[in-house]
Design a protein around this ligand. Structure first.
Ligand code: NAD
Length: 258
């Protein structure tokens, strides 16, 4: 079998959090295109249902929508249980839900700090350990987390210390779980995207005017597209990445190179 066939995900079952739109929608689409059955997990269940129907129609795969707040342990446990019950197992997942709050550190409230750390980092601990526990007991699996180039650099000019710290935490959590589970059949990796044109940016009135400034700093001179993260995630989810664990893969058009 050639490499393209070996990269397919036929027969595998997975879920993506924050998949109603943006990066998660793109990777969920790619997983289904590669042959997997998928759960679209999001707080916004109406949008998640639309996305699930769209991907099912496009790919012919089984695609379900599940409402979950990834910061709530009971929601994440119920979501994993539902994926296993309705899709018939769990081979991979993409812990991707995240938010950004921009505020100067001296003005950021503790509630804002906690919210970002909770959605971006604590949720990844919950998702990875609850999904991981199932995978450890059921033949292994592959976990992908969404970190960010903000784990590597301090973005400017917008002040976003909580976001940057949360994403640095995601990388070290990824590496820690990868080492703990290396000999137990569960691989854990993360991706660190650069600026990607999604509603995370277009819905934030304070960020939209900054796009031109970021593009001027970017070697490729533009934002990335969610689709430009698809192939790396299909690779990480599948069996051809069997020696790849504990990796953080930066996909940023060289933004962090200088
Ligand atoms: P987005 O805002 O377009 O989509 C995020 C999705 O997550 C939304 O559908 C939202 O409803 C969902 N969500 C938010 N909080 C949730 C919660 N508590 N429980 C369940 N779902 C929740 O964002 P995006 O740009 O697609 O970002 C996805 C991930 O990629 C985030 O972790 C983000 O930090 C990261 N990222 C984004 C960029 C970028 O430039 N867009 C760059 C690097 C990393």
């Amino acid at each position: 079998m050639g490499i393209v066939e070996r990269m397919r995900l036929d027969g595998k079952k997975g879920f993506v959090t924050g998949a109603a739109r943006g990066i998660g929608k793109a990777t969920a689409t790619a997983f289904a295109e590669a042959g997997a059955d998928i759960a679209i997990v999001d707080l916004d269940i109406e949008e998640a249902k639309k996305t699930a129907a769209e991907i099912a129609e496009k790919t012919g795969r089984r695609v379900i929508a599940i409402k979950a707040d990834v910061t709530k342990e009971e929601d994440v446990q119920a979501m994993v249980d539902q994926v296993v019950a309705e899709l018939g197992g769990l081979n991979f997942c993409h812990a991707n839900a995240g938010i950004c709050i921009n505020a100067p550190a001296e003005e950021m409230t503790y509630a804002q700090w906690l919210k970002v750390i909770n959605v971006n980092l604590n949720s990844v601990f919950l998702t990875d350990t609850i999904a991981g526990k199932y995978m450890l007991a059921n033949g292994g699996g592959s976990i992908i987390n969404t970190a960010s180039m903000s784990a590597h650099i301090v973005n400017v000019p917008q002040p976003q210390c909580a976001y940057n710290a949360s994403k640095a935490g995601v990388i070290q959590l990824t590496k820690s779980l990868a080492v703990e589970w290396a000999k137990k059949g569960v691989r854990v990796n993360c991706i660190s995207p650069g600026y990607i044109g999604t509603e995370l940016i277009s819905n934030a009135p304070d960020l939209v005017p900054l796009i031109e400034k970021w593009n001027a700093m970017a070697p490729l001179g533009r934002l990335g597209k969610p689709e430009e993260l698809q192939s790396i995630c299909v690779y990480l989810a599948g069996d051809t990445s069997s020696f790849t664990t504990g990796s953080d893969i930066i996909v940023d058009g060289a933004f962090t190179c200088f």
